[in-house]
Design a protein around this ligand. Sequence first.
Ligand code: SF4
Length: 428
Amino acid sequence: MLALHAPIVGRPEVGTVVIQPTAFCNINCTYCYLPDRNNKHVLSQSTVVRLFSELFASGWTCPELTVIWHAGEPLVVPVGFYREAFETIERLRPQSVVVKHAFQTNGMLIDGEWCALFREWQVSVGVSIDGPQPLHDANRKTRSGAGTFDKTIAGIRCLRSEKVPFHVISVLSRDSLAMPEEMLAFYLSEGIDHICFNVEESEGAHVSSLFAGSELRQRYETFLRTFWHSARASGRVRFLREIDLAIARVFRPNDAPTRNIQTEPLAMLNVDSHGNVSSFSPELLGLRNADYANYLLGNINTDTLTQIYEACLRSLMFRDIQAGVEACRGTCEYFSVCGGGAPVNKLFENGSFTSTRTSFCTLTQMVPTDLILEAFDRLERSWMETNSPDAARPTADALAFGGGVIDSSVTQTSQKAGHTAVQPSRMP
Ligand code: SF4
């Protein structure tokens, strides 16, 4: 495959800001990596003012800036907090920049008031639900150990009745990987048509038992192939992130680079509830590591964005992440669709940012790419059997779900590469 990847240029291009309104979460999932989820401190409005004043004055923002309120449960903070923050950002926003807000939530607190905010500000809403009740409640629990399915599905039904668009992210477990048809039946029964999968990962203090299994790749490939083909046959799924975003990366003009914003300095600007700033994988925010200064680059309340960027370029973290990207570039045939992977997964699976292959990249990059190329080969073969040579050839669009208008926020938890146009010519 063509090893084409956007070079790092002299100034950052900030396309995504991940803001932690609070580290607190109202539940306690078994696979959660957030170390501070009992801390109820809330981001100050003055930090919002400072952050966006700096950011917009820098001229470093992409024309479309996605602001993701995450890294804790965002809905435990009152609606009024977001109304004030959104209005501040809108007041500071230059006309040349479009800001899109996005929430990733467990959905349990969604009600009519939240839906009004989502509609009014056209917020992209992602709800974490792991499938039917037994699968969901096995891992997504309250602090007392009770399941959370009933409240999450009530939140989803509220979104539907209030006509707020949303997508779901489901973390796949050992059990759900064996149940693609049951997972699909669940989504269809609840009117869920925008779907993203994560696989339980090793991050922070959490060590995934799933990743320890040797046959994980085969089981995930079987799951995704079955789910994809059944979902397309149903005609009722409009977006499957693992396929639709991968198609956009695999089929694109030969001279169009793909970005991996997890490896570019400040392409993702990640800010915790105290104003501490990190970059690269957003999951690094809040984790501790003496060698990497707890993955922090400064504090937006006391440092300028220029100082933070300079600290980033000087940091051992940046140097090691870049070494990992170069190692990937030199060894991996999937580099052109991946761009060097997710630093947080390299660190927690292999013990080093400088490493290459992970279980995570096998699942999020290699398996989808292989499945798409396999399906496209089949499409071309059947086209050749039934068409004259001068008939219009099939395009990769035929493999996509096609109805999915989705913003870049859905890429943040596992696949951060940006969108590129779908083109009929497969990359070499
Ligand atoms: S992270 Fe994995 S898939 Fe991506 S380039 Fe590196 S080895 Fe290849």
